[in-house]
Design a protein around this ligand. Sequence first.
Ligand SMILES: Nc1ncnc2c1ncn2[C@@H]1O[C@H](COP(=O)(O)OP(=O)(O)O)[C@@H](O)[C@H]1O
Ligand SMILES: [Mg+2]
Length: 500
Amino acid sequence: MSSRDRATASPLFVPHKSDRRSARAAKEQFATARDQARGAARPDDRRRTTTLDPDLQPTYPAGGRPGPASARGGRLKLPAHRMTTAVASGAYPFLAEGGLGSQGIYVGQDVHAEAAFCYDPFALYGRLEGFTNPNILLAGVIGMGKSALAKSLALRAVAFGYRIYVPCDPKGEWTVVAQELGGQTISIGPGLPGRINPLDAPAKPYGADEREWANEVRKRRLLLLGSLAKTVLRRELHPMEHTALDIALDQVVAYHSAVGTTPLLGDVAYVLNSPDRLNAATGEPSGRLGRAAEDLAHALRRLIHGDLSGMFDAPSTVAFDPTAPMLSIDLSRLGGAGDDTGLVLAMTCASAWMEAALSDPRGGRRWVIYDEAWRVMRHSALLERMQSQWKLSRGLGIANMMVIHRLSDLLTAGDAGSRGRALAEGLLTDCSTRIIYRQEADQLASAAAVLGLTGVETQAVSALTKGRGLWKVAGRSFITQHLLHPRERELFDTDLRMAA
Ligand SMILES: Nc1ncnc2c1ncn2[C@@H]1O[C@H](COP(=O)(O)OP(=O)(O)O)[C@@H](O)[C@H]1O
Ligand SMILES: [Mg+2]
C-alpha cells in the first residue's frame, strides 16, 4: 500500500512508512502550526464581553471551571498521543445531542451542545422519527418565561410566512405583539364595542359539496351550543336535551336562511324557551320536550342576559382578515375573579368563531396559541372542542400550542378513567413536542411519570432558570436557553407592573 492510499485526518499525521523528505516537511508544518496557535490572541474573557442580554452571563470564565472540580490539577502528565479525528470522536465519551438541524425558527442556545437551537414543527414533520404532529405543550411555573417563548416563536414564525392566531388572551398581553406585527386584536368585554357571533358560518372551502358543507356547519353549531350548555350546567346533556337543541337550531336556521341573515344565540334561546314550538315540531303531544329544554334555555340565558350579555349575541362587528399576519382575541376585560365559567364561555365562543374562520385548508400554515390554557382544563366541554380541533390540525396545516402550569393540570381534568381525564391525556399524546419549564418540587414525580422522564432529566427540570427548558421532541431531549432580542424583551415584559 502506498502512503497516498492511507486515510489521514490532517497533513500533520505522518504515516509510518513515509520517506524522510515528506516526514521532515510534515514536521516543519506542524512546528509552524503550533507556533501560530501559541502566538494567536487568547480568546476574550467572556465575562467582560457585552452580550445582547445582560442577564445571560456564562457560568464559568473562558478558561473553564476553577478549582479541583475542573479536573485540571496541572500535575497530570501523559505522553503525547496522536490519532485521527475519526478515532478521537469514538474515544471521547462526553457526547451531546446533535441538535435538530438548522432548519426553522431560531429559539436560542442548546445548553449542552453549546449550539444554536432551531425549531420548526412543520419542517420536522416526516423528517424525525416519531414526530407525528406539529402540536406543542408548554408547561412551567409562573414567571419562567413561557409566554415570552410562545411570543418569540410567534413573532419569529411570521418571518417564515406563518400566520398566528390567539383565540383567547385572558391577560391581554398579546395585543402589543399583534400591533407590532401589523395584526388585528379584538377586545371583548363589558362596555367594549367588539362583538363576536359564534354561530357565524365558516366560508365554504373551495370545491366542497354544498349539502355536505351545510351538514358540517350544522354539526359545528350543535357542538358549540352543546359545549356552552354543558359548561353552565356542569353536566352531560340528556338525550331529550340534545333533541331540543337540534330542533331549536334547525328552526332558527330555517328562519334566518329565508331572510338571508345569520342566526344568533338569542334566537336559539328564544325557541328553547317556547315549549309549544318545540313540542309542535316533534309532534310530541305530552309536552315533554318543552319541559326538557327548560334547563338549556336557562343555561344560554347567561350569554344573553347575564354577565356576558351582548358580547356573543349580536352580529360580529369584525370581519376575519385571512391576510393579517396575526389575530388575537383579548378577553382581559372580562374580569374572571373566582369563577372561571364566564371566561370559559367566552373562550368557547371566541375559539369557535376563530376555528370556523381557520377551517379553510388553503389558509396556509398557521399557529394557534392557547396561552393560560390551564384555567380551562377543568371544563371537559372545552377540552372536547380543543381535541376535535387538534385532530384536524394536520389536515389544515395548523400547529397548536397549549400553555399550562404543571402537568397535573392535565390530570385534574377528571378522575382516572373519566372522560375529562381521557381527553386531557389524548391532548398530551397529540403533542409531539413537550417543553417543560421549571416545575415545583412536589410536581416532579408526576411530571416524570406523565412524560416518562429519566432521572437526569427530572433533576434538570427542578433546577431550570428563567427561559431555560427541557425540550422533548419526539423522544429526543434538549436543554435549551431561550434568547430574547432587546426589542422582544421590551415588548414581552410582563414584570413591568410588578416593578412599578
Ligand atoms: N429568555 C428570557 N430571557 C430574559 N428574560 C425573560 C426570558 N423569558 C422571559 N423573560 C422575562 O420574564 C418575565 C416573565 O415572563 P413570562 O413569559 O410572562 O412568564 P410566564 O408566562 O411563564 O408566567 C417577563 O418580563 C419576560 O420579559
Ligand atoms: Mg404567561
